[in-house]
Design a protein around this ligand. Structure first.
Ligand code: ADP
Length: 284
């Protein structure tokens, strides 16, 4: 039997008023007391359930259902967003997943409202959408690097809350995950990229410049968590110094989210017995 969570991550990790990022222990494993190897077994079990639920969601979408799920992944460089995609979303049928990575806006995107490219990437019914970075960059990197003045980014918190409400009302469940690494762990991960030729491709010298702005990022992330963890689209603060824990937690968040939709397999829109009889009657 795979070991269980003592407190499920939707409870243990949900950002509620008073959460202080600066005080968080990012090597902790809230709600999980069984260490790394038991976590792999639990994730494998959760992955099987998640995969079945994903298929049910997909079937529901094919049959006229309107439900979908959107996983928003935010985190500093090296926080492990790619690992979540590979190890957690990798457990379900790739057909059912719509992954979008949001980088520096293109010239065309810059000429549009910042939410336009986000709207275009929302998951279709039946799908699990994954945002590797998101509209939150427009109140994080944009704020920290002063790409627009405060009077432009400040109103975005309310605008994002209203936008997400609209998305939720249309049938999408939004799960927002802040993957939180400590500066020391980030240094170790960047260092590893510089020591391994198979990881050079992941290294971007600009990451060291961004890292120098850690206090500003901390402030910007705190504001995001304070102002946009709503009842309709809450944030989960996932300590990510242990990659295995972050993957375990996100796997479980997704499993619980999908199970809570209580989807049924679509009923046959044909006469099952009549079709069996037709099939049996064929000579082939
Ligand atoms: P990653 O660093 O996630 O592996 P990239 O190398 O494509 O992927 O980097 C994406 C970069 O784009 C990040 O530095 C991020 O801060 C930046 N970015 C994303 N959205 C915006 C935005 N709206 N405005 C400015 N920069 C953005």
């Amino acid at each position: 039997m795979a070991k269980s969570w003592s407190t499920p991550p939707r409870e243990a990790l949900r950002v509620t008023p008073g959460y202080r990022l600066a005080d968080a222990d990012l090597a902790a494993t809230p709600g999980w007391e069984h260490g790394a190897s038991a976590a792999d077994k639990r994730l494998a079990v959760d992955g099987r359930h998640l995969s079945e639920e994903q298929e049910r969601l997909f079937a529901d979408g094919r049959s006229g259902g309107t439900r979908s799920v959107l996983l928003v992944l935010q985190g500093m460089d090296t926080a492990g967003k790619g690992g979540i995609v590979r190890h957690v979303l990798g457990m379900v049928d790739p057909q059912g997943v719509q992954l979008h990575s949001f980088g520096v806006p293109t010239q065309k995107e810059r000429s549009q409202h910042y939410l336009q490219r986000i709207r275009e990437a929302l998951p279709s019914p039946g799908r699990i959408g994954v945002f590797d970075r998101s509209h939150y960059e427009d109140v994080l990197v944009v704020r920290v690097n002063e790409l627009v003045p405060p009077e432009v980014w400040e109103p975005r918190f309310d605008e994002i809350n209203a936008f997400e409400r609209e998305v939720v009302e249309a049938g999408t469940v939004i799960v927002k995950v802040a993957l939180l690494v400590s500066p020391a762990e980030q240094r170790a991960r960047l260092r590893e990229r510089l020591e391994r030729p198979d990881k050079y491709w992941k290294f971007n010298p600009g990451d060291i410049d961004e890292r120098a702005k850690w206090p500003s990022y901390l402030e910007a992330y705190q504001a995001v968590l304070d102002r946009t963890s709503t009842d309709h689209a809450p944030w989960y603060a996932v300590p990510a110094d242990n990659k295995w824990y972050a993957r375990l937690a996100v796997g479980r968040l997704l499993r619980d989210t999908l199970e809570d939709l209580h989807l049924e397999w679509p009923a046959a829109d044909f006469d099952v017995e009549a079709q069996k009889a037709r099939l049996d009657a064929q000579p082939l």
